[in-house]
Every structure is written in C-alpha cells, then in structure tokens.
Design a protein around this ligand. Structure first.
Ligand code: PHE
Length: 456
C-alpha cells in the first residue's frame, strides 16, 4: 500500500518561531517560581549562579535541541530514531515525551489557580483581607475546594487544547504573536509601578546585593534545574518547535533572542514582585505561596491595586498558557509523526489523558494531602522529579548525543545553514559552542546530579 505523505506543518516566519519558543520558555517558571526560589536562596547570589547556568549550559543546550529538531523535522522520539538506531537514544526521546506529560499534569494545576485568581481579583475578594495570614487562609480554602481547584484546572486545559488543536501556524504561532506582546507590556507596567512605590529600594537591593550565606550546594542544583525548566530544555519541547523551523533560519541568533527574552522577563517579574513586596512590608521568602498569598495583600496596600491585581493574574495566566501549549504539542507531535494520528484526535485523546494524570496533583492539596511518596505529595513529586532530575538528565544526554554520537562533523554542516555569517565572522562562537556542548554541559550537569543524589 502506498504510504500517504502528509505535509508537515511549519512556522510562517522566524519571528513566529521566536515568539512561540519564547512563549514556551516564559511561563510560571519566570513569574511564579523564579522569584520565590530566588527569595529562598539568597536573592542576588542565587541569580548570579542562575545566570551562569543559563549562559554556559542553557544557551548551548538550547541551540543543540533546536538543531536536532530542525535537522530531523521530527518529534523527540522520531529525531533520535532518524539519527541513530540505538534503542537507548530512542528511549531518551521517549523519556522527554513522558516528562512533558508529567510537567503538564502539575503545571495546569497552578495555571488553574492563576485563572481562578483573575476572577478573585475581579470580584475584589482581595480587599476583604489585608494581612498575609488571612490571605493565606483564603488561598488554602480555595485550593482545598475540589470544585474550584479541579474546575479551573480543566478550564485552563481546555483553553490550551484549543490552541494546539488549531495547529502550528493558526493556533500556536498566531496565539503567541498576540499574547506575548501583551505579556511584555503588562509586565513592564507592573515593574514600573513596583519601582515607583515608596520603599521599593529595599526590593531592588534584595535583587542586586548578594547574600552568599543563604547559598548552599543544593541552591546550585536548584539554579541548574531552573535553568532547564525556564528554557523548556531537556525534554524535547524546543526540539519539537525547532522541527517546524525552515533551514534558512539562523539558529544562533534565534536561540540567543529566546534566552534574552526569557531572562529579561524573569528579572522584570522579580523586580515587579520584590519592589511591591518590600514597599508593603511583606515577607519575601514566602515560598510557592508568594504570588498567591503575599501579592493579594500587596495589591490591597497599593494605589490602583484593584486594576493591577486583575492585570497581574491575567499576565500570569497568559504566560502559563503559551508554555502549556508547548508541553501538549510535544505529546501531540509524537503521535502525529510516529503513529500517524490526526492532530485533532491526538489533542482530544491526550488532553483527556493529561486531565486524568493532573487529578492526583490537583487533589494533593485536599483529598490526597496525606498521601506521600518518598515524603512528597503527587504535586511536589512531579515537580521535583521533572525539574531536578529528568530535565537536567535529558539536557546532559542531548549534549552527549550531539557531541559524541551524532558528531560535530555532521552537526556543524546542519548548523551552518542559515548561520553562514556566524561561521565566517565569529568562528570563536562556534568553537565556544562546541566546547560547552562537548565538555561543560555533560560534566557540570553530571556533578550537580551526583551531588543531588548525595554521592558527592
Ligand atoms: N519554561 C516553562 C516555564 O518557565 C516550563 C516548561 C518546561 C515548558 C518544560 C515546556 C517544557 O514556565
């Protein structure tokens, strides 16, 4: 029987790719997670370590991932299959698809809270409590309410599915082109507002003056794990987005712009949040609840807080949406490429499966709060396993694959397409990339992983 070749979808433009990939990178990681882990790990000192991880590991691995996708025009499993026949490497691709599922399962829960908080903000609920303990109690009541928690998780998942269902150009690209500029604008407004508040200087110095005493070896693992999480690396999301990219595009410049946008947004979010937190004398180290308990109190205490509270949770939801889209797209592209499914069927079936695996995470805050595996509830376990183990491990294996298995001879031929000017004018950039991918990324990630397992 003759095989029917379907035309694979493609981005309409390089800008479309950059915005979609930046949309994947910029998410809850930048606005929810980065400020609170920076708060817990010494502020500026942690940010310094994180920036080093981004430059010497994140950017080189991002280039490697996009390159693997663009070369093979496949999903993570298909990409490894095309370049090697070893079961091991195909397994690495499958691990990426599984990691995508696992991240999505807890990601949509937090994104659901954010969606729910748009309504809370709109109803002016925050103004009923102006102390962080009453605000925290309100948040706990909400997440213990199964209908609220599961309901908003489903609503968020459905919105994500609509974009993926509509396809690469018409759904993901078009959505990113509208949503990303709105996100940037709202964040700049929030940061300017934060800086203009009296007493905001303390927040700025918290972000800029390092407190090395709070940095521990585990902070280094957190910084590295976060570098992977925030750039959507190590599980094939960037590989999949790279697979819709034409060969005429320069991967170096596109990847650098993606990393730049992601880092600027994380720093702007940190600035917007910590200036407001310090100006209203709240606790900067409130952990994962920073955004959900502390910020509502901040809003009640600042002029114009009602409008800003709505804008903020709207912004957070948009950021989460463009990331969740990329997570679902990894799974969908796998079933479309490898199993010959139709996009529409894949979205409906795997949207449903995602919902099922999200339930234990959503219930980790109520019905299942006493259910622990290795001392962690489902939600924390999915977060720990993916951010601190699967993504760094995936990133390490991707670097090893490109440098040692596929080999630079072939990789550079592919990389050069669209990037001829970098090869002729800035050859040191190419040499640096090779050294980082061949030695720095694998060795450093390996050491940090050993450390996290208590071996070092
Ligand atoms: N980068 C996203 C964020 O910062 C999370 C993500 C991880 C998305 C892995 C896709 C893949 O929120």
């Amino acid at each position: 029987m003759a095989e029917i070749k379907k035309v694979r979808e493609k981005w309409g433009s390089k800008l479309g790719f950059i915005l979609a990939a930046a949309g994947s990178a910029i998410g809850l990681g930048n606005i929810w997670k980065f400020p609170y882990i920076a708060g817990e790990n010494g502020g500026a000192a942690f940010i310094f370590i994180y920036l080093i991880c981004i430059v010497i590991i994140g950017l080189p691995v991002l280039i490697a991932e996009v390159l693997l996708g663009r070369t093979t025009q496949r999903n993570p499993v298909g990409a490894f299959k095309k370049l090697s026949d070893s079961k091991f490497w195909i397994g690495v691709g499958s691990l990426g698809v599984i990691a995508g599922f696992l991240i999505l399962s807890y990601y949509i829960v937090i994104a659901g809270w954010s969606l729910g908080y748009i309504f809370e903000a709109f109803n002016g609920s925050f103004f009923e409590f102006n102390q962080s303990n009453t605000s925290a109690a309100h948040f706990n009541d909400l997440i213990q309410n199964v209908t609220w928690n599961v309901g908003f998780t489903i609503a968020f998942l459905l919105i994500t599915m609509i974009f993926v269902y509509s396809g690469v150009q018409k759904g993901i690209e078009r959505g990113s082109k509208i949503l990303m500029p709105i996100l940037l604008l709202l964040l700049v407004i929030s940061a300017v507002k934060g800086i203009s508040l009296p007493g905001s200087e303390k927040g700025i110095s918290f972000l800029l003056e390092p407190n090395w005493s709070l940095v521990t070896p585990s902070s280094i693992l957190v910084a590295l794990g976060h570098a992977f999480f925030t750039l959507s690396l190590g599980m094939g999301a960037m590989l999949t987005y790279g697979s819709y990219l034409g060969k005429e595009n320069n991967i170096f410049s596109a990847s650098t712009q993606i990393v730049f946008l992601d880092t600027i947004i994380a720093l702007l979010a940190g600035l917007a949040i910590f200036t407001s937190v310090f100006a209203t004398q709240q606790d900067p180290s409130a952990g994962p609840g920073l955004i959900f308990h502390t910020l509502p109190v901040v809003f009640t205490k600042m002029p114009g807080g009602y409008i800003f509270s709505i804008l903020f949770f709207f912004l957070l939801t948009i950021a989460a949406l463009t990331s969740a889209i990329s997570l679902l797209e990894v799974v969908v592209s796998y079933f479309v490429d490898e199993k010959g499914w139709r996009r529409h069927s894949a979205v409906i079936v795997f949207g449903g499966v995602t919902f099922l695996i999200a339930i234990p995470s959503a219930l980790s805050f109520n019905v299942l709060s006493d259910f622990h595996i290795f001392g962690l509830n489902f939600f924390d376990l999915a977060d720990y396993l993916t951010s601190n183990i699967m993504l760094p491990l995936g990133g390490m294996l991707i670097s090893i694959f490109v440098a040692w298995i596929w080999g630079f001879d072939k990789a550079l031929v592919e990389l050069k397409q669209g990037a001829e000017n970098v090869f002729s004018n800035y050859p040191f950039v190419i040499s640096a990339w090779k050294i980082f991918v061949k030695y720095f990324a694998p060795v450093l990630i390996f050491l940090v992983l050993l450390n996290s397992l208590g071996v070092l």
